[in-house]
Design a protein around this ligand. Structure first.
Ligand SMILES: Nc1ncnc2c1ncn2[C@@H]1O[C@H](COP(=O)(O)OP(=O)(O)OP(=O)(O)O)[C@@H](O)[C@H]1O
Length: 273
């Protein structure tokens, strides 16, 4: 085992409707070690198992077989609430992850308390923490530092995803899970939020797993790329190899590893579904 492993997954298997005619073996013996500070992008066609993998790590899906270890602790049988102390997640839907009727400041105060029993003494009330929140919002460069009292639900999808990301980092998580978090945004906003994501991940040195349907984004961001196919990791590239990767390279790697042909169009089309 690598010393600085943040996440270790051993022989993870997940089934849906096991024992029925509709049985799906959604994850087929996944083994994965993610080290401290790694930013991993995850790509794969529809039904490849990407969300099931993130759900298994976050605890929204009980594990059928295998082991999940986070920062040296076996969390295989911990529920989603217990895991939320260490794992932050941003979903595709901008409505998830924030309380729509609460203000930006109130949402940030809740996020800052994540996992801390006596945090009110350290963070203070939303009012006392305002300068800190304003400072954090300024980093987003979206003018949101002046919107502390605005209900989150009144902000645009892109603004909400940017704040949700920021909230995920107020208490540094051991692991950040991004579940196609820009897929519901228009291309320009998506690019802005991805840029912000990269900035926060680098500045806070966050160990991150990011699902995307866009090959270009999977190549552009992060320092490691995984491709899933039929519940298995079929491509795993990092470092120099990843830096020089192109979309045709990636398609070739995939086609070598998988029994099926995949075209870039398929992934791009899948993005709109
Ligand atoms: N709740 C469920 N009940 C039954 N089958 C499921 C369920 N969730 C996922 N599956 C099946 O498990 C497999 C993996 O699904 P998963 O959602 O993890 O794929 P994905 O790679 O995230 O796909 P997409 O890109 O379409 O979101 C698919 O065959 C899917 O139909």
């Amino acid at each position: 085992m690598t010393n600085n492993a943040v996440l270790t997954i051993r022989d993870l298997n997940q089934y849906f409707e096991q024992g029925t005619i509709n049985e799906t073996h959604a994850l087929q013996g996944i083994n994965l070690t993610v080290t401290d500070g790694e930013f991993v992008t995850i790509i794969g066609g529809n039904g490849a198992g990407k969300s099931t993998l993130l759900n298994s790590i976050a605890g929204t899906l009980p594990i059928d077989a295998g082991q999940v270890i986070l920062a040296g602790r076996d969390i295989t049988y911990d529920d989603v609430t217990a895991r939320a102390r260490w794992i932050a997640r941003v979903f595709q839907d901008p409505k998830m992850g924030t309380a729509q009727r609460l203000s930006v400041a109130e949402n940030m105060a809740l996020a800052a308390k994540r996992g801390e029993h006596h945090s009110l003494f350290r963070i203070g009330t939303p009012h006392a923490a305002r300068p800190r929140f304003q400072e954090a919002l300024k980093r987003l460069n979206l003018g949101l530092e002046d919107r502390l009292d605005t209900e989150i639900g009144l902000l645009s999808g892109g603004q909400r995803q940017a704040i949700t990301l920021l909230m995920a980092t107020l208490q540094k998580p051991k692991l950040l899970l991004l579940d196609e978090h820009t897929a519901a945004l228009d291309p320009k906003t998506s690019a802005t939020v991805l840029h912000l994501t990269n900035q926060l991940v680098q500045e806070e040195d966050l160990t991150t797993l990011m699902i995307t349907h866009n090959m270009q984004d999977a190549i552009k961001y992060g320092n490691r790329l995984l491709m899933l196919d039929h519940g298995k990791i079929v491509v795993d590239v990092a470092g120099e190899q990843k830096q020089h990767l192109t979309v045709p390279d990636l398609l070739e790697l995939f086609n070598k590893a998988s029994q099926e042909e995949m075209t870039d169009d398929e992934l791009l089309l899948a993005r709109d579904e």
